[in-house]
Design a protein. Structure first.
Length: 797
């Protein structure tokens, strides 16, 4: 009986039995679309074509089962046969095929049977009529359909239709093409999908966003799918890089675009909370300003942030001289303060500046408590702006009245410059206060002292209303308004087509240049926005002041960072939260990063995630591709040159190397490892594409040239990675140094690998054009394009 359980087990069996056989036969290294033979089409490997069709048909049957729809003669046996027939339906394109006649489909039956057996399909679907194997190869528009009549299979026509549906699912390049191409086949499958009178119960729809950012676009696609499923009962069928194709009720009520957009924005912003963690909040901590980036307040409350502060303080190196430095610094910077003020400060504020060496333990505790309270002060400023901060400290820590009065009188002195230096005094009275009547603070471990402080502050924060402050801080970023504008500009719904014109940004682009960055044009994506801000280098992990033709020429760069829009800020916030930022101790000054966009050819399904997960698992953890041998640990170039075959055995060896490197990096700090690394981040939900980064992270003060990548080295290694990832997944790969995909519609990319302005040195390696790498080669009896690139890249090292 065909049900959800048998469908899942069928997928598992296909992946475990047939997929390895296709790899052994080199299906992933042979083109069935694109290349010189089909130059009008993007490249698609034989493996990608088969897997797409099989998984697409599985997805269609999943929809039928989910909605309890009956299709005559669609049984488990029929479905297995259909999948097996589709798997051999491209034999007519085999380069070694000797035909019986002039027809493209005059394939010898023994040749088809041999292919069927080599792919272990008899184990998966049993024996199938030889004539039916040949019939599966024949296109709809061909007149050579005699094998259907010669077949002994009673449901031959039904099986042929299922093969054609799978072929269409595998071949469509865009959501719009999928809807137009599938409509007729689905109507042939069942009246349930008939588009004409009488109308069927179900129809095809799609949404599309022709803009690929990185993480954010995936999140938006998932939010759109979630809202369409909830509002209209849509079922996602195929996932393209720019959108999703759905099956849903034929009669869809009118869509309130504004309300739908608002719900999508809610889902996107809620995803911040779902993807957050202590590492994400820690990434937003600004050590020089003792506060957090505003975006952190979108997903983290006071308790979570205070826990981050506690951990940071415990990791900090205490400074036994900090009290004397702070007070001496006040006197040096403020002309109104003289030695008289300095001499009386201890008596006036009830503190003792103890000798840093003789009382080192106490002074170091004082330093740590002060550091913790500096962060508390800025949290009060941001999350509870109506609370008088100094009064809150004096009350919470029960500072003696005389000291409190004197400190209030000098508040302007201690608070000038935006940093609440008065916490130095509060920290002292905490250490000498009622919290340590049982035992002196310096007699306790620092962790115990900070934990007592932490619990005290948590209790005091519990009675504060910090929610309004969080909302106000996030509102200043303009995320909600800008996301709504972005969706109005880019989101297309096939069932509610409408034109939503953006505000006229012409004035922004024609404004006269000035010495600094001004206006409303984002320096990253060139969108005009009313919410542009100075970009945060700590979020972008790149320079904020670089050459720009939007400012007047000058000897020095503008004093302020260039501008970015909330959409770009949100993109890099998501990257930070998913572990795709630089390690905390690395700096963009000496780090080099290259982005690899892994794009479907031409669509994904949830089953693709199941197929890719074992292959991409090391990239989730952070791994690397070693190019040199270290003892008995051989590098990948040597491993490749010893075998020079991209087959399952080499793939298994590759997986072992990736896992080995991931284990090493995990022991060296995981995502905080500084060095050469490859990372996919923590992918959540159904991806429409993957974003993988190759980077050589280095510290700001790094002086060893071997630890800082040159541009040519970075590109050569990224090219090696791109070839391996394309071979692993049969996906297209776009390689770029830009932090976004500079292509509006990935469906227009023809080559298997596209290189965005690589260095000229690669021309000598690749020869001729250096911006595209084709898979083509085996069709003419040569090595495939991926194998040739791996040969050349491996020879470099």
């Amino acid at each position: 009986m065909l049900n959800q359980d048998t469908l899942r087990s069928m997928v598992e069996e296909y992946i475990e039995t047939v997929v390895p056989a296709m790899l052994e036969e080199g299906y992933h290294l042979i083109l069935v679309k694109g290349g010189p033979d089909y130059p009008h089409l993007p490249e698609q490997s034989h493996f990608a074509h088969i897997v797409n069709g099989v998984f697409g048909l599985i997805r269609l049957v999943d929809f039928l089962l989910t909605n309890r729809l009956h299709i005559p003669h669609l049984t488990e046996d029929t479905l297995r046969k259909a999948l097996a027939l589709f798997t051999v339906h491209e034999v007519h394109k085999a380069p070694d095929l000797e035909r019986l006649g002039t027809s493209e489909f005059s394939i010898p039956l023994p040749r088809l049977r041999a292919e069927y057996e080599r792919l272990r399909l008899a184990r998966f679907a049993g024996q199938i009529d030889d004539h039916l194997l040949r019939a599966a190869n024949v296109h709809k528009r061909s007149s050579k359909h005699g094998d259907l009549l010669l077949s002994n299979e009673p449901h031959a026509a039904r099986l042929w239709l299922l093969v054609r549906i799978a072929d269409t699912l595998a071949s469509v390049k865009t959501p719009a093409e999928a809807v137009s191409s599938l409509r007729g086949y689905l109507a042939d499958l069942s009246p349930l999908f008939a588009p004409q009178s009488p109308p069927g119960k179900y129809a095809l729809y799609y949404h599309e966003i022709k803009d690929v950012r990185g993480v954010l676009t995936n999140v938006i696609h998932q939010a759109v799918a979630q809202q369409l499923a909830q509002a209209f009962g849509f079922f996602p069928l195929l996932y393209f890089a720019t959108g999703t194709v759905y099956l849903g009720p034929a009669n869809v009520p009118g869509a309130d675009f504004a309300n739908l957009t608002a719900n999508i924005v809610d889902s996107v912003l809620n995803a911040l909370g779902n993807t957050s963690g202590s590492d994400a909040a820690r990434d937003g901590l600004r050590r020089q300003k003792f506060d957090f980036e505003r975006y952190v307040y979108a997903f983290a409350g006071a308790e979570s942030l205070l826990e981050v502060v506690r951990d940071v303080v415990l990791d900090a190196k205490p400074d036994a001289r900090v009290a004397q430095k702070e007070i001496d610094g006040l006197v040096a910077k403020r002309k109104e303060l003289d030695e008289t003020w300095r001499a009386a400060v201890e008596q006036r504020l009830g503190i003792r500046l103890l000798d840093p060496k003789e009382h080192k333990t106490f002074n170091e505790l004082w330093s740590l408590v002060r550091l913790y309270l500096l962060y508390v002060d800025t949290l009060l400023r941001d999350l509870s702006p109506e609370t008088p901060r100094l009064d809150w400290f004096l009350h919470t820590f029960a500072v003696p009245k005389a000291v409190a009065d004197n400190l209030r009188a000098e508040e302007e002195i201690w608070a000038r410059g935006g940093v609440g230096k008065y916490v130095l005094i509060v920290a002292y009275h905490f250490l000498r206060g009622s919290d340590f009547t049982d035992r002196l603070a310096e007699a306790l471990p620092p962790a115990e002292v900070i934990e007592r402080l932490h619990r005290k502050v948590l209790a005091a924060f519990a009675v504060l209303d910090t929610q309004k402050g969080r909302q106000a801080a996030v509102a200043e970023l303009g995320w909600r308004e800008e996301l709504e504008n972005y969706l109005r500009e880019h989101l297309y719904l096939s069932f509610a087509p409408a034109v939503h014109l953006a505000d006229d940004g012409f004035e922004s682009y024609t404004r006269l240049k000035r010495k600094g960055h001004t206006g409303s044009v984002c320096s990253i994506c060139n969108r005009s926005s009313a919410y542009t801000q100075d970009l945060r280098t700590g979020i972008l992990d790149d320079f904020g002041r670089v050459f720009s033709n939007r400012v007047l020429p000058a000897l020095d760069a503008p004093s302020k960072n260039r501008l970015w829009c909330p959409i770009c800020q949100l993109e890099f916030v998501f990257r930070k939260m998913l572990g795709m930022g630089l390690p905390t101790t690395a700096h963009y000054k000496n780090s080099h990063r290259i982005y690899l966009y892994v794009l479907p050819t031409f669509s994904f399904t949830p089953e693709h995630v199941r197929l890719f997960e074992p292959l991409l698992s090391p990239f989730h953890r952070v791994t690397s591709l070693p190019v040199r041998d270290y003892g008995n640990d051989h590098g990948l170039p040597r491993s490749w040159l010893e075998r020079r075959t991209f087959d399952p055995e080499w793939l298994e060896n590759l997986q072992d190397v990736l896992e080995r490197e991931a284990e090493k990096i995990a022991g060296w700090g995981g995502r905080n490892f500084v060095g050469e690394r490859i990372s996919l981040g923590n992918v959540r939900g159904q991806p429409h594409y993957y974003l993988i980064t190759w980077e050589k992270a280095a510290r700001e003060a790094e002086r060893d040239d071997a630890r800082v990548a040159t541009r040519t080295e970075a590109w050569a290694k990224a090219l090696f990675v791109a070839a391996i990832i394309s071979g692993l997944t049969s996906c297209k790969v776009y390689v770029t140094e830009r932090p976004y995909l500079p292509v509006a519609d990935p469906a227009e990319l023809r080559a298997t690998i596209t290189l965005d302005a690589p260095p000229p040195a690669l021309r000598g390696l690749l020869g001729g054009r250096t911006d595209e790498i084709t898979l083509y080669g085996r069709e003419q009896g040569r090595r495939s394009g991926l194998e040739r690139v791996l040969d050349l890249s491996a020879a470099l090292w």
